[in-house]
Design a protein around this ligand. Structure first.
Ligand code: Z5A
Length: 206
């Protein structure tokens, strides 16, 4: 594959969606071809699975069902969107990927990391993001930024201790995988956050 795969991660409201647009523009200025996508979702079937996963009425979904649906959506997303774009030589930027599964289903729900790793190896083989930008902020900052949204989805309904475990798992992954992760201080004003992102991308280009 000749393209590059970058992911952007972080807990609720840290600014992933806002900054992914900045990343797209920055890469396009360099005349690179960019595909922006997201998880869960990104392809037609995976977006249907996303709707099931986020549906606020599925309050009693079993944790293993949630985990398997995440990976079912990911298998489809990889097959239909990510691998083809990389084969065309594009830069694929995904708003969340498997690190979110470690953080939410592992850290948040308490599923064992070994079980997640088994599914990761099954669905992805040795395919991993080349660079992961982790936007990090205290949970209270992210929750305050998103404020009161209309009807909350299944994840947004969780309590702050769930999001604390999610954040801690992300930080732990960044600690054990320093060659892939760049931790961005997302509490800063947007221009500073984007300057940190630009530095990480420039390092990656080198
Ligand atoms: N999930 C999972 O459990 N397992 C998995 O494997 C995967 C996902 C892949 C959907 O994700 C849910 O799926 C997610 C985890 C789960 N649930 N949660 N929580 P999502 O990515 O679609 O939803 P999200 O994380 O809730 O995204 P979000 O709430 O839209 O947040 P965001 O994209 O990080 O933030 P934003 O929309 O860019 O910014 C929020 C606000 O803050 C906005 O008004 C901005 O203008 C403002 N903002 C952004 N940056 C700044 C700075 N620096 N200063 C001040 N204000 C700022």
């Amino acid at each position: 594959m000749s393209g590059h795969f970058i992911t952007i991660e972080g807990s609720e409201g840290v600014g992933k969606t806002t900054n992914i647009n900045f990343i797209r523009e920055y890469l396009e200025e360099k005349k690179l071809k960019v595909t922006v996508t997201r998880e869960p979702g990104g392809s037609k079937l995976a977006e249907e699975v996303r709707a099931l996963l986020l549906n606020h009425r599925q309050d009693d979904m079993a944790n293993d069902a949630e985990l398997l649906l995440m990976f079912a959506a990911r298998a489809e997303h990889l097959h239909k969107v990510i691998h083809p774009a990389l084969k065309r030589g594009e830069w694929v930027i995904s708003d969340r990927f498997t690190d979110a599964t470690y953080a939410y289903q592992g850290g948040g729900r308490g599923i064992s990391m070994e079980r997640i790793a088994q599914l990761e190896n099954w669905v992805q083989g040795d395919f991993r993001p080349e660079l992961t930008l982790l936007l990090d902020a205290p949970v209270s900052v992210g929750l305050k930024r998103v404020g009161k949204r209309g009807e909350l989805d299944r994840f947004e309904k969780e309590k702050s201790d769930f999001f604390e475990r999610v954040r801690n798992t992300y930080l732990e992954r960044a600690r054990i995988l320093p060659q892939c992760f760049r931790v961005i201080d997302a509490t800063c004003p947007l221009e500073e956050v984007q300057s940190q992102i630009k530095t990480s991308l420039d390092d990656f280009f080198k």
